[in-house]
Design a protein around this ligand. Structure first.
Ligand SMILES: CCCCCCCCCCCCC[C@@H](O)CC(=O)SCCNC(=O)CCNC(=O)[C@H](O)C(C)(C)COP(=O)(O)OP(=O)(O)OC[C@H]1O[C@@H](n2cnc3c(N)ncnc32)[C@H](O)[C@@H]1OP(=O)(O)O
Length: 369
């Protein structure tokens, strides 16, 4: 092989992200001459990434024996390299996918031939992706086994989620067992038996707003804030401050619906702390809210409606009006406003959860491919 190419001029240009023009001066079939070709790719390509083009034997019968090798798979380096033997150009597909052929024309140009050392069939590529994924998983679990891997953040989140999981599981199991043993009677004393643990869990849930605000977890502050404030308003203001509400069955429904989602959500986060997941649990975390959320809001709305006449009667939290007007503004007006906010909150969080669900299952599907 003579060193022809490196001494001569070469040029490579792209037009409209679809055509590669290649010209070089060198010794070929027509002796010392200017040789050139252009290829129009089947689909647009990035000027910076993808198919490897290798031109050999510039000193032989160019262009007939010019050997161009194409690899129809994606490379991630920008490169155009000229060595003594060849010119390597890496061109990237603009959109990922399999092309039925490389160039627009149906008949392959005679000087074009695949490099079977690098050729990938669709099934080979899938296998390669799977192997890469497995290698990554092995690396990840090896890292997890390293001493000291559990960072402070992971430890904190795990402990937080564990405490919440235990709390809500206790609530859920306790209420279910009591329902089976005492039947309808259990609906009337939910507050007395459950409220202490519920107060604890829901107060602690304020940590979730801080986590979101300080970026400890990748979630929106607004949906978390709505969730925590919304529940605590019902728990502390409606149930906590009105003795008349304590024996109402609505307390059972609100507590049961709240805890029914949390017994899936917190263990899902616990596994997430170690980059692990259990598919059934993931599905439950991102699906159970669909019926539970509207039912929960409905139960909360019933509680607010039941509390309105009580606040009207006992004047608790009523707002004193200026002396000139006299009297006071009943807290029930605030509750009526809150009812509207509740449905706004339901809309915002329902949309958020729907987005999270789509994101989760879309990512999983793509990972699975
Ligand atoms: C201006 C004043 C406004 C006042 C408005 C008052 C309006 C009141 C409206 C009230 C309506 C509330 C009704 C409600 O109380 C009724 C019920 O709860 S009924 C029962 C059903 N409820 C539910 O299903 C909701 C449960 N709650 C939630 O899902 C969350 O609280 C919520 C914020 C709504 C959504 O969660 P999030 O955004 O965090 O979604 P993800 O779970 O997908 O998490 C996103 C990523 O963050 C990671 N993450 C989150 N938290 C943790 C954690 N504690 N530990 C570890 N990791 C965490 C998570 O793993 C995700 O990461 P990745 O994407 O990498 O997996």
């Amino acid at each position: 092989m003579k060193n022809v190419l490196q001494k001569e001029t070469q040029s490579l240009t792209f037009f409209f992200l679809c055509v590669i023009n290649c010209s070089a001066r060198g010794h070929g079939a027509k002796g010392q001459n200017e040789y050139e070709f252009s290829l129009e790719f089947l689909f647009p390509v990035k000027p910076e990434v993808c198919v490897l083009l290798k031109c050999l034997n510039f000193n032989d019968s160019f262009p007939l024996s010019l050997f161009c090798i194409f690899i129809a798979c994606i490379y991630t380096q920008v490169s155009y390299k000229s060595t003594q033997r060849q010119v390597n150009v890496v061109v990237g597909k603009e959109k990922r996918g399999w092309w039925e052929r490389l160039v627009t024309q149906e008949r392959k140009p005679v000087f074009l031939a695949p490099d079977f050392d690098r050729w990938l069939e669709e099934s080979d590529a899938e296998m390669e992706i799977r192997e890469k994924e497995e290698r990554r998983n092995r690396l990840r679990s090896a890292r997890l086994k390293e001493p000291g891997f559990i960072s402070l953040k992971t430890g904190f989140l795990f402990a937080y989620n564990l405490v919440q999981f235990l709390g809500f599981s206790w609530i859920f199991v306790n209420m279910t067992v009591r329902l089976f043993i005492f039947g309808k009677d259990s609906l009337y004393d939910t507050f007395h038996t459950i409220s202490d643990v519920m107060f604890f869990c829901q107060t602690l849930a304020a940590v979730e707003v801080l986590n979101a605000a300080f970026g400890v977890v990748r979630t929106g502050v607004v949906p978390t804030f709505i969730q925590v404030i919304g529940r605590n308003f019902i728990l502390f203001i409606i149930f906590g401050s009105l003795d008349e509400m304590h024996n109402r069955p609505v307390v059972f429904f609100v507590f049961y619906l709240w805890s029914a989602i949390e017994i899936f959500r917190y263990p899902f986060y616990m596994l997430g702390c170690f980059n692990t997941e259990w598919k059934t649990l993931t599905w439950l975390r991102y699906t159970v809210w669909i019926p539970l959320y509207p039912l929960g809001v409905l139960a909360e709305a019933v509680a607010v409606l039941q509390a309105i006449p009580i606040f009207d009667k006992n004047k608790l939290f009523s707002i004193p009006l200026p002396k000139a007007i006299g009297g006071s503004l009943s807290f029930s007006y605030v509750l009526q406003g809150y009812l509207i906010l509740m449905f706004l909150g339901l809309f915002i969080n329902f949309r958020h959860l729907h987005k999270q669900r789509k994101r989760r299952f879309r990512t999983k599907k793509r990972k699975a491919n």
